[in-house]
Design a protein around this ligand. Structure first.
Ligand code: ADP
Ligand code: MG
Length: 139
């Protein structure tokens, strides 16, 4: 089934000029980038985006990191896009990520791990709506 998922190229990756390299992995995996914008996330945006993690010990560090440099927010479209992108991203901790995944190739640590991808279709819809309107998405 064709789905849309939400992606963020995180500050550790934009800082190292890896936007194009990350996008190449995404596109080579058969996912289509149907919306994309480079933004500086506000503290309020980052706190809202990662609200589910607010009780976790790394929450403050995560918000600090996500607002430390520009990010690229994206909508990806393709067959089983949610699960497919999670596969392409690799495990949260790059030390555990499979060969060829974005996190294995580029991530620096479990916190500074280069990309975000939605973990369910419901969350994808919520996350896309936080950053894009339907008119921004050209499939
Ligand atoms: P994922 O991004 O793979 O879905 P989680 O939803 O568990 O991972 O965590 C959200 C983000 O929080 C991670 O991508 C990472 O940036 C950060 N994070 C997760 N675990 C840790 C940790 N133990 N220490 C620091 N940051 C973490
Ligand atoms: Mg997650």
């Amino acid at each position: 089934m064709t789905e849309r998922t939400f992606s963020i190229i995180k500050p550790d990756a934009t800082r190292r000029n890896l936007t194009g390299k990350v996008n190449a992995v995404i596109e080579d995996a058969g996912l289509r980038i149907v919306a994309q914008r480079r933004i500086k996330m506000s503290k309020a945006q980052a706190e809202k985006f990662y609200e589910v993690h607010k009780e976790r010990p790394f929450f403050g560090e995560l918000v600090e990191f996500m607002t430390s440099a520009p990010v690229v927010v994206q909508v990806l479209e393709g067959d089983n896009a949610v699960a497919r992108y999670r596969e392409v991203m690799g495990a949260t901790n790059p030390a555990q990520a499979a060969e060829g995944t974005i996190r294995k190739l580029y991530a620096e640590s479990v916190g500074e791990n280069s990309v975000h991808g939605s973990d369910s279709l419901d969350n994808a819809k919520i996350e896309i709506a936080q950053f894009f309107t339907e008119a921004d998405i050209v499939g």
